[in-house]
Unconditional design. Structure first.
Length: 324
């Protein structure tokens, strides 16, 4: 029998049994003899190995924790990770939990000055739309919110180096080619050293170049905006890999999400696509509009400023899509 099907069947049977015997009866009698957390992992794996698998199957415990009143046991079976759930008295085992309660939207942690990250690819059309929606928010809120651009970096993407990746190891890549990686670095450099020029530079790049010609056009665009081109070129050469390494680390982290229902009921996710916005470390799942962004950021302020009461008008919502 297929392993996933076996897990599903076993999980369904045991869950039915748990429901049948009644939770109150279980809580009053069975829960008294709790198996310690440091013992339950090996006990569970031994039971699975001796009763549900062939004798030569290799198992190892990866970790044990508590989830919704039962033990959650992560284990490795023949090189693949799996999860089992066991009641705290060690009596009932199941593999497939069913959540009967819909996940509830979460609120952002409040701070005096919210940290906001807009994660894009520099030539993703959906990301470009969100950049332009964020621009009036940056102008309105000023230094009362720390709004920064970040870049979605992939490793081993498509054909790799040199078409899509900056390095021969193909660690730092982007969906629209290596020129997109280069432009991401340059925008990070402008953000680091000439931040007051950033959003104007981003807008001009979006309007006047593509992922196919930006390497030849960016200098003229930057000079027209009064950007110190020499400083950006030095930053790109000397700091480019370090900046990309930081962006890769950020995109590979797990973040709590505002609305689990938009993430297959998962309460956390990585930065998978462009655009993605984080506010005080949580992924924003609301409307893609300038006023929607403003409202979300203001909701993360300990004491919202008067500018939060202003409505940002004449802004259309961005298309509900992403580059990923």
């Amino acid at each position: 029998m297929d392993k996933n099907l076996l897990s599903f069947v076993l999980g369904g049977i045991v869950l039915a049994l748990l429901i049948f015997i009644g939770y109150q009866n279980y809580a009053s009698s069975e829960i008294q003899n709790i198996v310690p957390e440091n013992e339950i992992g090996e006990k569970t794996v031994d039971f699975i190995k001796n009763n549900l698998a062939s004798p030569d199957t290799e198992f190892s415990v990866l970790g044990v924790g508590e989830a919704n009143g039962v033990y959650e046991i992560k284990f490795n079976v023949m090189g693949q990770e799996d999860t089992a759930y066991v009641t705290k008295n060690g009596k009932y085992l199941f593999f497939q939990p069913f959540d009967m309660l819909p996940p509830e939207p979460q609120t952002f942690n409040k701070t005096d000055k919210p940290d906001v990250g807009l994660y894009v690819m520099s030539f993703c059309p959906y990301g470009n739309q969100s950049e332009e929606l964020m621009m009036p928010v940056v102008e309105l809120l000023g230094d009362r919110a720390n709004i920064e651009l970040h870049y979605v970096i992939y490793s081993d993407y498509s054909s790799g180096y040199p078409e899509y990746c900056l390095d021969e190891e193909s660690k730092y890549c982007s969906m629209h080619g290596v020129q997109e990686v280069n432009q991401g670095i340059r925008e990070l450099c402008v953000q680091k050293y000439q931040k007051d020029k950033l959003w104007g530079f981003v807008k001009a790049i979006n309007d006047n170049s593509t992922y196919e010609d930006v390497d030849s056009k960016w200098e003229g665009i930057a000079q027209g905006l009064g950007i110190d081109v020499a400083q950006i070129k030095t930053c790109e050469l000397d700091e480019g890999i370090a900046l990309l390494s930081e962006e890769l680390n950020l995109t590979e982290q797990q973040y709590p999400v505002q609305d689990p229902s938009k993430h297959e009921s998962s309460e956390s996710a990585k930065i998978a696509g462009s655009p993605t916005i984080t506010i005080n470390g949580m992924i924003f799942d609301g409307e893609r509009s300038a006023d929607g962004y403003k409202e979300a950021i203001c909701s993360a302020m300990t004491n919202p400023i008067s500018e939060c009461e202003q409505v940002i008008e004449d802004q259309n919502a961005a298309a509900d899509g992403s580059c990923e």
